[in-house]
Every structure is written in structure tokens, then in C-alpha cells.
Design a binder for this molecule. Structure first.
Ligand SMILES: [Zn+2]
Ligand SMILES: [Zn+2]
Ligand SMILES: [Zn+2]
Length: 325
């Protein structure tokens, strides 16, 4: 028999086998259906990842800078009185930026930051700061998945594609989506591995669009100031309802009594959206524009034994109102 024919014979045999297999599978499915046993679930669609992260997509998330987080003091402090004490402890920090609301202090290293915050805790100076950037998380909204899809399955699929998922949950959107789709929020570590989630183009057969969550104005539940969370707050506890120095849960304000804002002292709660301190309100933007909220930024000067007296010589704070240590 010529070589070509042999090959053809083999191919024919293979095709017969394939047809037989398909027929057998169909017969089994039919039999199962008759017995009222459901056949195997439909195979899920593919998950496709692009080779690289598109720079345009990545630029939508803030860059992770491994800088030491700033410390914001909540009250004006008479620096002359305590700078020397901090220097004696060997803590390295830069010349503070004094604003109307906060005094911003940057430390040289993470260890200096830790020691300075411990010092402020001990001296009971109210402040807030932020978490270590290496422990930051990245939040990604996934659009385009049908509501019927199982969250655990999504999580497993992403994990099997080497994407480390910390948390995954369905987002409440408050609107009925006509296309039966849902928004899923995925939380990944803010590092090289976590960023791989941005390579996902198709998830279990569904084309997806990834985007950062909309940034909501953040109010601290502890001190009621805006722009930080209670987790890293060491500020004075304030009540959202009456503005007094107690936790909101402990408030004894009667419903008929008027609220008092902890920030502007007007008759509204501290979370009132039109308060001049509320981030996003027109007045807040105006105050920010005029530089009344944020400290002005000067070039960094490391405070030393040699320069600290000259750095604070012409400070124009009201000494009666400041805390001395
Ligand atoms: Zn706070
Ligand atoms: Zn209260
Ligand atoms: Zn207010």
C-alpha cells in the first residue's frame, strides 16, 4: 500500500473514533436527561490576559510612592519648645510646613516616623497620619460580568491566573442594571503581582472593563476632619452630631436639640454635605484654592542642632493658643 493511502486510512479511523465518541456523549446526555439527572454544567468561557499592562490603563491608578507618610498635627504647636527634645532623641525630620489647619511634618525614615508618632502619643498631641505605603491595597472595579456569575468562581479563576486577590465583592450601585450585569470590586496588593489584574481582558468568557473606583470624600469617624480615616487618627475625638469631645455612639443629644458642626461650629452635623469643610463642596475648593487648608510647601530642610533656632525665629503663631511642651 502506498504511504499516502496508509496515512488516509489512519485519518479515517481517527474520524470514525471521534464521531463515535461524540455520538456516545450525546447518548449519555440524552439518557441522563431522561433519568432527570442534569448533565455536566456547560463549560465556562475562556479567561484571557494580555501579555502586558497597557500604560494608559495603569495611569488611572495613583502611582505607589514608597515615601514616608506625612504627619499632620491638628493644633498649632510652639516648635521652639519641643524641637530640641525631638532632636535629642535622634529623630530626623524636615522643617514642618505650617498651614492654617494642619502642620505637616515629614520624617527622614519610616523608623523616624514611628518614633515621632510615639512621642506625639506620649505627649497627647492630636495628629493624623497614613499607613505604610508597602501595605497599601489597589482597588479595581470590574465591569461587564453577568449578575448570575459566582463570585467564588471569579476569585478562583483570577487566583489560578496568578493574581493575588485579597477581597472580592459585588458593589452596591443603587440602580437596577437593565443588562443584568454587576460591578465587582477586586482588592489586590498594590505591588507588581497585584497589578497583573489589569491584564485581564476576558473573564470566564465575558469581556471586561477595568477602572478605579470613584474616590469618595473621606471623613474621619473619630475627629470628624476630612481627608483621612480613623485608622491612623490620633486626633481629638469629636461627635458628628453635637461637636463635643465624645464618640458619636455616646452622644446624648435629644432629637429636638440642634446639631453643632465639629468643624465650622454651625448648626448642622459634621457630615453635612454643604459644610464649608466638606471636601467637594464649592467653598472647600475655594478655601483649598486660596491655600487656607493645606500647608504651603517649602523646600525640604532637615532640622538639625545647628539650624533649629533660626528656622523658628520668625514664626508668627499666637503663643497664647499654642501648646508648649
Ligand atoms: Zn481623625
Ligand atoms: Zn454628641
Ligand atoms: Zn460645618
Amino acid at each position: 500500500m502506498p504511504k499516502k493511502d496508509k496515512k488516509k486510512e489512519r485519518k479515517d479511523k481517527k474520524n470514525v473514533k471521534k464521531t463515535n465518541d461524540a455520538a456516545a456523549a450525546a447518548a449519555i446526555t440524552a439518557a441522563l436527561l431522561q433519568c432527570n439527572i442534569s448533565p455536566q454544567p456547560m463549560p465556562k468561557g475562556d479567561t484571557i490576559l494580555s501579555d502586558e499592562i497597557e500604560p494608559n490603563l495603569l495611569s488611572k491608578w495613583p502611582k505607589l510612592r514608597l515615601k514616608v507618610p506625612p504627619i499632620f498635627l491638628h493644633q498649632p504647636v510652639d516648635f521652639e519648645h519641643y524641637v530640641k527634645k525631638i532632636l535629642n532623641k535622634g529623630i530626623k525630620f524636615y522643617q514642618p510646613n505650617r498651614g492654617k489647619v494642619y502642620t505637616r511634618i515629614m520624617c527622614e525614615t519610616f523608623n523616624d516616623h514611628k518614633r515621632l508618632t510615639q512621642y506625639f502619643d506620649k505627649e497627647q498631641i492630636p495628629y493624623h497620619t497614613f499607613g505604610n505605603p508597602t501595605k497599601r491595597k489597589m482597588k479595581v472595579v470590574i465591569r461587564g460580568l453577568p449578575e448570575a456569575l459566582d463570585l467564588d468562581e471569579i476569585k478562583e479563576t483570577l487566583k489560578s491566573n496568578s493574581i493575588p486577590i485579597i477581597r472580592l465583592h459585588k458593589m452596591k450601585t443603587g440602580e437596577v442594571r437593565r443588562d443584568n450585569s454587576m460591578l465587582v470590586l477586586a482588592v489586590v496588593p498594590h505591588d507588581e503581582k497585584g497589578k497583573h489584574i489589569l491584564r485581564v481582558k476576558q473573564l470566564l468568557g465575558h469581556k471586561v472593563v477595568l477602572e478605579p473606583p470613584r474616590d469618595k470624600p473621606k471623613q474621619c469617624y473619630r475627629c470628624q476632619k476630612w481627608g483621612h480615616s480613623q485608622r491612623y487618627c490620633h486626633g481629638q475625638v469629636k461627635c458628628v452630631k453635637c461637636g463635643e469631645n465624645h464618640l458619636t455612639q455616646r452622644c446624648q443629644k435629644k432629637p429636638e436639640e440642634r446639631p453643632k458642626c465639629a468643624n465650622c461650629k454651625e448648626t448642622h452635623t459634621a457630615s453635612f454635605r454643604d459644610c464649608v469643610y466638606t471636601r467637594g463642596s464649592y467653598d472647600y475648593s475655594l478655601m483649598q484654592f486660596l491655600g487656607l487648608l493645606k500647608p504651603c510647601f517649602k523646600p525640604r530642610v532637615l532640622v538639625t542642632d545647628d539650624n533649629y533656632t533660626t528656622l523658628y525665629r520668625n514664626v508668627d503663631y499666637d503663643k497664647k493658643k499654642t501648646k508648649t511642651l
